[in-house]
Design a protein around this ligand. Structure first.
Ligand SMILES: [Zn+2]
Length: 170
């Protein structure tokens, strides 16, 4: 008869203080490189009951990135600084590469991403188009381009893990 190995304790311990972490599913505000912060509606959050340290387990990170990019591309107001940076990372481009794709200077891209200057209304549409071309699955709503507002305000994006995929949440 085989001896069953004792299950490796499912509970992980806190890197800060060593206490056992509690895992719960709850909304979590996640910050991407470039500053965009998004609510993950049903994130798996591991929290330390002793010192309060918190970490989040990101399931299917590439799909999460794509769901957020879809939501950013569909927003009805001009792209905000952190959203421009997010879309550039999503396209896996350097500032210089994106500048070349959009036909602008590297300085312009850097000014948009630091918020010193809002992205122009034409490069805004072109950037969204590049993302839509790359993520063909995101059915484009071309009418949106005609309705786009000119104010650059960050939108509060929420996404939810459904099965194996991330979806924009209302
Ligand atoms: Zn702790």
């Amino acid at each position: 008869m085989k001896t069953k190995k004792k299950a490796q304790g499912g509970a992980m311990s806190c890197l800060e203080c060593g206490a056992h972490l509690r895992t719960e599913r709850r909304p979590y505000r996640y910050r991407f490189k470039g500053g965009l912060s998004v609510t993950l509606e049903n994130a798996t959050v591991m929290g330390c009951p002793v010192c309060g340290a918190e970490s989040v387990a990101i399931h299917a990170p590439a799909r999460l990135h794509r769901a957020v990019a879809e939501a950013v591309v569909r927003k009805a107001s001009r792209l905000a600084a952190s959203e421009v940076a997010f879309l550039r990372h999503h396209l896996d481009m350097t500032g210089e590469q994106m500048a070349r794709h959009l036909g602008v200077s590297k300085t312009s891209v850097s000014r948009w991403e630091t918020g010193r200057e809002p992205i122009g209304q034409v490069p805004d549409r072109l950037l969204r188009t590049l993302v839509l071309l790359q993520d063909w699955r995101a059915r484009p709503d071309l009418g949106l381009f005609a309705r786009l507002g000119s104010t650059a305000k960050p939108s509060h994006i929420k996404v939810k893990l459904q099965g194996e995929d991330w979806k924009a949440a209302a």
